[in-house]
Write a protein that binds this ligand. Structure first.
Ligand code: EPU
Length: 428
């Protein structure tokens, strides 16, 4: 069975894991690259695109706007997007609500068509996530916004390059601004830009389209606007969060695995933290080797924008700490409300106390399998991973969240020898 709305993942105690698993392209890059295709009419080719529900949603959004996005070779992850000369520059509520990342069409639509209508994203499982920085940054390039009936309407005769200092290195705001700046008149300098590898991938994609971008991956990005861009053929950067999920799995279940395609240079801080915990991770050229010799040791970790430890790794780290030797304190500095999965881990016998934006995790010898619910993509994956170190059976419901971001988490963990499978909710 696949990952429909009633999908349940059944996990039994597993390990040691062994074998090789390959990571797909990064969700959080692929979605933005798909949005960026809007900037140039013609046929774009994206390679190493993950086969995940969010990519389908972005393809649907592009379709609503008049482009055609579809798999040319699904098994190989090759997706094409045909972008027409004229488009309907609107992201409807239904799609923005399903996938918040839809708002990254705002910058490219304004840059190419001088107008954009995007539904205001509501709250989500991380709590309230504003887009004020996106709007303020685009306003600095000359865009104006009005909001009525839940829709933000943006207009810009011609965007004009300028220096924009972001109040916080927001990933989405940096991306929207970067995609707007490439077709703006003159020079845009983005200061305090987000430095995530997915931003550097977007800049490389835009450069392939003929944009003039330098400094992406650092805190200052400079863009010289050009008149017109052309279609591009580009391979998506590997997914560091998916790679981290397999590292956490081996940390949880023990064993030795290889994660093909993962880039050590995109995961330095995490690899260092995992090393402090006793999980050995070696750079194996085009991939990582990971060995868990025994029970891990607790450490303290704080999430931060890149190159800090990503907030997306946090549920995995909490799962690892829940069975590590000692007490670890996890501090969330990126999303205030991102602790919703903790009561689920507690149901599995974890000893975790949340105080403000800190989680104090006291490691126990073993978790105990229980029915739990996936509140979002990353937390869902972490609950599956936690089940590997839990006696008995863990049933993770709402597993459709996991399919939003992972091409085949269940199949890949099973290939490493884990006792993981989809089960229908009737059986659950
Ligand atoms: N923020 C504002 N105002 C804004 C924009 C952001 O206050 O206008 C705040 C947010 O509320 C948050 C912080 O700034 O507290 C960071 O948000 P950021 O904009 O950096 O995150 P994002 O672009 O909304 C992306 C990823 C997330 C990932 C974060 C942080 C995508 C589609 N999403 O979100 O990934 O956690 O960066 O690295 O790229 C996921 O993949 O499951 C996921 C949630």
């Amino acid at each position: 069975m696949g990952a429909g709305d009633d999908a349940v993942i059944r996990v039994g105690r597993s390990g040691p894991l062994e074998g090789t698993v390959a990571v797909a392209g990064a969700k959080n890059s692929a979605l933005k690259l798909m949005a960026a295709t809007v900037l140039a009419p013609g046929r774009h080719v994206l390679r190493n695109v993950p086969r995940i529900a969010d990519v389908d949603t972005m393809a649907e959004l592009l379709g609503r706007m008049g482009a055609t996005a579809g798999w040319e070779d699904e098994a190989a992850g090759v997706l094409t997007v045909d972008v027409p000369e004229a488009m309907d520059p609107e992201a409807p509520y239904e799609l923005v609500e399903r996938m918040r990342a839809s708002i990254v069409v705002l910058g490219p639509l304004l840059a190419r068509f001088g107008e954009a209508r995007v539904s205001v994203p509501g709250g989500d499982d991380f709590g309230h996530r504003p887009i004020d920085m996106h709007l303020r940054a685009l306003e600095e390039l000359g865009a104006t916004f009005t909001t009525s009936h839940g829709v933000i309407e943006g207009r810009a005769e011609r965007l004009l390059g300028t220096r924009v200092l972001l109040e916080y290195p927001s990933v989405g705001a940096t991306e929207n601004l970067l995609m707007a700046a490439v077709l703006a008149k003159g020079t845009t300098v983005i200061d305090n830009a987000a430095r995530e590898p997915e931003i550097a991938d977007l800049a490389a994609f835009l450069a392939g389209m003929g944009a003039e971008v330098s400094g992406a991956g650092s805190a200052t990005i400079t863009v010289e606007g050009v008149e017109r861009l052309r279609p591009v053929d580009h391979a998506v950067v590997p997914d560091r969060i998916e790679a981290a999920t397999y590292l956490a799995a081996v940390g949880m279940a023990g064993g030795a695995i290889r994660v093909d395609g993962a880039r050590a240079d995109h995961m330095e801080m995490l690899i260092e933290k995992l090393g402090d915990m006793g999980l050995r991770v070696d750079d194996g050229g085009d991939g990582l080797w990971a060995t868990a010799p025994g029970r891990l040791t607790a450490v303290d970790v704080s999430t931060l924008p890149y190159p800090g430890v990503a907030t997306d790794y946090k549920p995995l780290l909490v799962a690892l700490l829940s069975v590590a030797d000692g007490v670890g304190i996890l501090t969330e500095n990126v999303f205030a409300g991102r602790f919703r999965y903790i009561p689920e881990l507690v149901r599995m016998g974890a000893d975790i106390r949340v105080e403000g934006h800190h989680a104090v995790v006291r490691g126990v010898e073993a978790l105990s399998g229980a029915p739990v619910r996936a509140p979002d993509i990353r937390a869902g994956a972490a609950l599956v991973v936690a089940g590997l170190a839990a006696d008995g059976e863990t049933l993770v419901s709402d597993a459709h969240h996991v399919a939003r971001g992972y091409q085949d988490l269940v199949g890949n963990l099973a290939a490493l020898g884990a006792d993981v499978a989809y089960s229908s909710s009737d059986e659950a």
